[in-house]
Design a protein around this ligand. Structure first.
Ligand SMILES: Cc1cc2nc3c(=O)[nH]c(=O)nc-3n(C[C@H](O)[C@H](O)[C@H](O)COP(=O)(O)OP(=O)(O)OC[C@H]3O[C@@H](n4cnc5c(N)ncnc54)[C@H](O)[C@@H]3O)c2cc1C
Length: 388
């Protein structure tokens, strides 16, 4: 096995998988080291009990909290990383998100890079991930150099009714930007069948815009592809030269065997927590606090969107199948009586009883005795995402 590459990428998720394809298209000799394996294609991919209650695709890797208490995070160590299970919602940040922004709990400082630096890459990513949407509907939308590459996904009747209701209330609902390989104009030939097994499920049809399908597989499938993927390769340490200014080797555990790889460039894209972990585990004499950690901030200040699924119960059944077509950003930067950013509202995939059981909802006085199936029949399922 050749061990030297122009670029060694660690992790094959949204970051690593996307980069791998782009570099392979540019003819670079690239190695992707992924600790997980291919996510198996099996009937359980679409079984809500397996996915939401039995956590079949959560990779066992217990972490410890600050009190040394063990917990299991929602990790997905597969080719494609967390995107194998993600909801395929492709929102861009807004211009103001990159500037100093005053939040209710403090100031988010300006980024060293601004929206315009990212804009061309957002446009490329939307094409690569098959994003459907409609520009001009969302008043908070940032500028874009191209229309969405694919048309907005049509609302089903109950969703259209909800859109009309939102508009009548003075809101500005818009078509949620969603990355799926869907051709609504020619459904018999479409890869995506617009089913209700998208959000939180692996796609059995490989029709979701995930980093395995749109990144790694697309890169491997290029004619004379210069991309190599090695699965089950857990990177343990980045080894530097004596001066501590160059990574000379990447140390890997593969099924108990230790392997070493070298690259002109090494990219750490193991996800937010595991990238920090790898840099910290790579401490040496020159870098006693870990690599790239002169600031002592690596692994600290983790920011996260606070998310909550909220279910509204309608009087009538909600027979929507593909529910993820609406989003609302009217409170993204605040409200008349609240001067700070609040967040975004989108739909989750349409829930059913088994999924709802997995969410462990707090039942209100409204329907205390209803079965999960009965709740799900009536539910309109929202995803509220607020600033950390
Ligand atoms: C259920 C769910 C739904 C989501 N929905 C959305 C959504 O709709 N829209 C959205 O924008 N975001 C969504 N997200 C978040 C999104 O998936 C992540 O932000 C994104 O995947 C992060 O990309 P990443 O490349 O940083 O990490 P990941 O995609 O997690 O990839 C990291 C990869 O690195 C590998 N790895 C880790 N450590 C090592 C190591 N030491 N050696 C080798 N390999 C390693 C992992 O196995 C993994 O494959 C969702 C996430 C989840 C879990």
């Amino acid at each position: 096995m050749t061990n030297h590459y122009e670029v060694v990428i660690i992790g094959s998720g949204a970051g690593g998988g996307t980069l791998a394809r782009c570099l392979a298209e540019a003819g670079k000799k690239v190695l992707v080291l992924e600790r997980g394996d291919w996510l198996p294609r099996e009937p359980q991919n679409w079984d809500p009990t397996e996915v939401f209650q039995n956590n079949r695709y959560v990779s066992v890797d217990p972490w410890k909290d600050r009190n040394n208490k063990q917990f299991q995070p929602g990790s997905h160590y597969f080719v494609g990383g967390a995107t194998k299970l993600y909801g395929a919602a492709h929102f861009r940040l807004r211009e103001r998100d990159f500037e100093e922004l005053i939040h209710v709990d403090g100031i988010s400082p300006a980024w060293p890079l601004r929206y315009n630096d990212f804009e061309p890459y957002y446009t490329r990513a939307e094409a690569m991930y098959h994003v459907h949407g409609e520009r001009g509907e969302d008043p908070t939308e940032p500028s874009a150099s191209a229309p969405y590459p694919y048309p907005p996904i049509k609302h089903e009747p109950r969703m259209q009714q909800l859109v009309d209701g939102f508009k009548a209330a003075g809101l500005h609902p818009f078509h949620a930007p969603t990355g799926v390989n869907l051709d609504e104009a020619n459904l018999p030939f479409s890869a995506c069948v617009k089913c209700n097994r998208c959000d939180g499920f692996p796609c059995l049809l490989h029709a979701k815009g995930d980093a395995e399908v749109m990144g790694i597989r697309a890169g491997l499938g290029l004619a004379n592809s210069s991309l190599t993927l090695l699965t089950r390769c857990h990177v343990l340490k980045l080894i530097t030269n004596l001066a501590g200014d160059t990574i000379t080797e990447v140390l890997v555990d593969r099924d108990g065997e230790k392997l070493k790889f070298t690259g002109d460039i090494v990219v750490v894209s193991c996800g937010a927590a595991n990238s920090a972990r790898l840099l910290l585990m790579s401490a040496n004499d020159k870098h006693p606090n870990g690599l790239a950690n002169r600031s002592d901030q690596v692994g600290r200040n983790y920011m996260y969107h606070n998310c909550k699924a909220v279910v509204a119960l309608g009087r009538e059944p909600n027979d929507t199948i593909f529910q993820k077509t609406i989003a609302v950003n009217d409170w993204y930067f605040g409200d008349n009586d609240f001067d700070f950013p609040i967040g975004n509202i989108q739909m989750t995939g349409k829930t059913n009883g088994a999924m709802m059981k997995g969410y462990k909802p707090k039942l209100t006085a409204l329907a205390p005795t209803w079965s999960m199936d009965k709740l799900a029949e009536r539910s309109l399922d929202f995803w509220l995402q607020t600033e950390d």
